[in-house]
Design a protein around this ligand. Structure first.
Ligand code: F0G
Length: 454
């Protein structure tokens, strides 16, 4: 059961299918254009959508809004240092700000950033800084049905070959857990090997640690050597293997806004500091209020609670299991922050050119008012801007049900599973989609579509 009880509640909108059909057409069949008041269960993102604890609210009241050197900053720094052991701690407004600062300070034009998988915004920040983002996911990650425990690992053979070769690698970034790759964890053995390879080749090694606590939890459950360790111990060891981290506190900081860049190298820190002050704010607040810093510090302490992590992981697995029983498969083994539904398997009558993943995500909204995001050809495929036709499909058609932290109860998740079961009874009724407006940049957020029969 949830190791907490509910002290503040917020009603959720209950709507009819007719109403949702109208709203969805008006939104150009794009979930990002829907208003929250038209959504019953919002699984679009686990980022910044969590519920604060009473202690976080109390910490917020203690926030010190002094411009420089506030008490909130010193409290934040103490917690961040204890967790990561990095010398230089920079608060920022969210994860992508940390990425922008790091890659601009670190990468020379044409240098590679190598990762298990760059999150889309991370890739954009590498490229905007003049770098080239290269993903080397482990071969096991391509099989959605196997129960390999650490499909988030980087392919060490290819990483070593790349580091030994003529390529100029500027940084290695390990995303824990791997959001772009089914929310799968990275093992400590993999992180240790990456750390050793990077040291040998003199290449900086950073963690994209947005979900560091969830990764640590899965390590305690799946990696023999770390059974019986606390998630906090494992998280600390992971941070100590790398030279620094970028961290969106909107996930495992359990706050609505916040992020952090932390690192060891003093020279690099100086360059980052300039970019931080110019772009985010002075070094002791970095775009956050004192209230935010205090709530972040408290969230960073709460998130490694094994009771909280166990319940969260079990709730996500429960949703995946209920869906599977109803005939809807998802990427195995289930991670913690999200269930990645296999839309291609459920809707074989819809070809990628009619956006299989988007069709399932849309049906979840129309049938149940559930908002979520596709990870398929609409997001990753190549689309002709003029005609809106799909030129190259994505390698998969997935739908991510991201679970906000401490927000929904199991009965909400049962409702989601029931809605999925309803869809799975007559999957052939689900229509496809055609793109009517397809901007090249940041397409998923801005495109418009309409329904088509298939
Ligand atoms: N890294 C990872 C692995 C992420 O999942 C995200 C955000 C970021 C970096 C960027 O952090 O949003 O604070 O700037 N992921 C959100 C999501 C948006 O829904 O998966 P941010």
């Amino acid at each position: 059961m949830e190791p907490y009880r509910i002290k503040v509640v917020e009603p959720i909108p209950i709507t009819t299918r007719d109403f949702r059909e109208r709203r969805y057409a008006e939104a150009g069949c794009n979930q990002f254009n829907l208003a929250a008041q038209d959504v019953t269960i919002d699984l679009l993102s686990d980022s910044g959508t969590g519920a604060l604890s009473a202690e976080q609210q109390a910490a917020g009241m203690r926030g010190d809004e002094t411009y420089a050197g506030s008490r909130s900053w010193f409290r934040f720094r103490e917690v961040a240092e204890e967790l990561t052991a990095y010398e230089h701690i920079f608060p920022v407004h969210q994860g992508r700000a940390a990425e922008r600062i790091l890659f601009n300070a670190l990468l020379k034009p044409g240098q590679l950033s190598v990762s298990n998988t760059h999150f889309d915004m991370t890739r954009a920040n590498v490229e905007l800084a003049g770098g080239i983002a290269t993903d080397l996911p482990s071969p096991e990650s391509a099989d959605f049905d196997s129960d390999e425990p650490f499909k988030g690992n980087i392919d060490l053979v290819r990483l070593e070959a790349l580091l030994d070769g003529p390529e100029d690698v500027g940084v290695v970034v390990m995303t824990i857990t791997n959001n772009g790759g089914g929310g799968q964890p990275v093992s400590m053995a993999n992180l240790e090997a990456v750390s050793a390879l990077c040291r040998k080749h003199g290449v900086p090694f950073f963690l994209d640690a947005a979900r560091f606590a969830e990764n640590a939890w899965l390590v305690t459950q799946r990696e023999e050597r770390f059974r019986g360790h606390s998630p906090r111990e494992v998280a600390k060891l992971a941070f100590r293997l790398a030279d620094g981290c970028v961290l969106s506190l909107k996930k495992d900081g359990i706050v609505h806004i916040g992020g952090m860049l932390a690192l060891q190298d003093a020279e690099l820190a100086k360059r980052c500091e300039l970019l931080l002050i110019a772009g985010e704010g002075f070094t002791t607040y970095g775009g956050l209020s004192g209230r935010d810093l205090d709530m972040c510090a408290q969230g960073l302490m709460e998130v490694t609670d094994p009771l909280y992590l166990r319940e969260r992981a079990e709730a996500t697995a429960y949703l995946a299991e209920c869906a599977r029983e109803a005939g809807v498969d998802s990427v195995r083994p289930t991670g913690v922050h999200a269930v990645y539904l296999n839309a291609a398997r459920l809707l074989p009558h819809i070809p990628p050119s009619r956006f299989t993943g988007h069709a399932l995500a849309s049906e979840l909204y129309l049938a149940g008012g559930i908002r979520c995001a596709e990870l398929g050809s609409l997001y990753l495929g190549e689309i002709d801007e003029a005609s809106g036709e799909l030129l190259t499909p994505a390698p998969f058609e997935l739908v991510r049900l991201a679970i906000p932290r401490r927000v929904y109860t199991r009965s909400h998740l049962e409702y989601v599973a029931e809605t999925l079961a309803g869809i799975a009874k007559n999957p052939e009724r689900v229509p496809g989609y055609r793109v009517t407006h397809a901007p090249v940049m940041l397409r998923p957020f801005r495109c418009r579509l309409e329904q088509v029969k298939v």
